[in-house]
Design a protein around this ligand. Structure first.
Ligand code: COA
Length: 249
């Protein structure tokens, strides 16, 4: 079991902390597996009211571990990354994210499925999938054009442009932008703890109602994106780009 995911229970709150600082919290298969198991257990645990996902006050995550992508690419829906994202998308309990520093690739995509997202103003978010020979994943090709309009979403998904925490809050990707990483983590924890004072069933029914209208379409898009993404991982374009990152040294 990996210790790069720290679990902490505090009353009705489960915190999942990404803790692999030497690699900017890049997510390995073992980390996804741990996140998936912890989220599923939290969802079924009547003592847990909310989940907080965070990194450090310096870095959220550099996204998928690129060496893993080359050595052990996800091949099917049972791979750890799919299990993690499925447990996040389907989680009945509120999920809060705290983002400081870099949030790259799936580090940004996962925020689209969290309920409350707090970011530091100078956080650096980016989905550089095309730049890596890949394509959008886990519903971002559906959610972002709806949220931002086609033209702005295309800057993020077709050019792979980065954006700040301040922009994420202005565009509705984040709930609010805070002054720095420490303030962001504190605000997210405070918000997540508030769910312990609220009626759990009322919160869960409300979340379900908010998510219900687009659920089937989202499921289909995630499936299509998954097929394209896993195919693209084997493409010469992706292999060249991913190998290029690793050989930068
Ligand atoms: N996968 C594997 N290793 C990664 C990684 C990733 N996604 N992101 C960072 N690392 C490693 C670096 O190779 C480096 O390792 P080393 O010290 O053994 O050389 C270490 O983490 C620190 O990264 P570095 O690039 O020096 O930090 P930085 O502060 O200059 O930049 C980022 C941080 C996140 C902006 C930069 O690391 C980056 O762009 N990473 C790639 C992110 C990416 O494309 N992810 C999408 C995958 S779909």
């Amino acid at each position: 079991m990996t210790d790069a995911i720290e679990l902490q229970r505090e009353g009705g709150l489960l915190t999942l902390r990404l803790n692999r600082p030497d690699k900017k919290n890049a997510l390995t298969r073992a980390m996804y597996a741990r996140l998936a198991d912890a989220l599923s257990e939290a969802d079924g645990d009547p003592e847990i009211n909310a989940v907080l996902i965070c990194g450090s006050s310096e870095c959220f995550t550099a996204g998928n571990d690129i060496a893993d992508f080359l050595q052990q690419p996800p091949r099917d829906l049972d791979s750890p990354v799919f299990r993690f994202m499925r447990s996040l998308v389907q989680c009945r309990k509120p999920v809060v994210a705290a983002v400081a520093g870099a949030a790259v690739g799936i580090g940004t995509t996962m925020l689209l499925h969290c309920d409350l997202v707090y970011v530091s103003r100078d956080a650096r978010l980016r989905m550089p999938f095309v730049n890596l020979g890949l394509c959008p994943e886990f519903g971002s090709s559906l959610i972002l054009p709806r949220l931002l309009g086609q033209a702005k979403a295309a800057e993020l998904l077709l050019l792979g442009e980065g954006f700040s925490g301040e922009q994420a809050a202005a565009w509705g990707i984040a709930s609010a932008a805070l002054g720095d990483g420490v303030a962001t983590l504190a605000k997210a924890r405070e918000a997540a703890l508030r769910f312990s004072q609220l009626a759990p069933e009322a919160v869960q029914v409300s979340k379900r109602l908010m998510k219900a209208p687009g659920r089937e379409q989202l499921r289909q898009v995630i499936e299509q994106e998954g097929v394209e993404f896993t195919r693209r991982l084997q493409s010469p374009e992706a292999i060249a780009a991913l190998s290029g990152f690793l050989s930068k040294g």
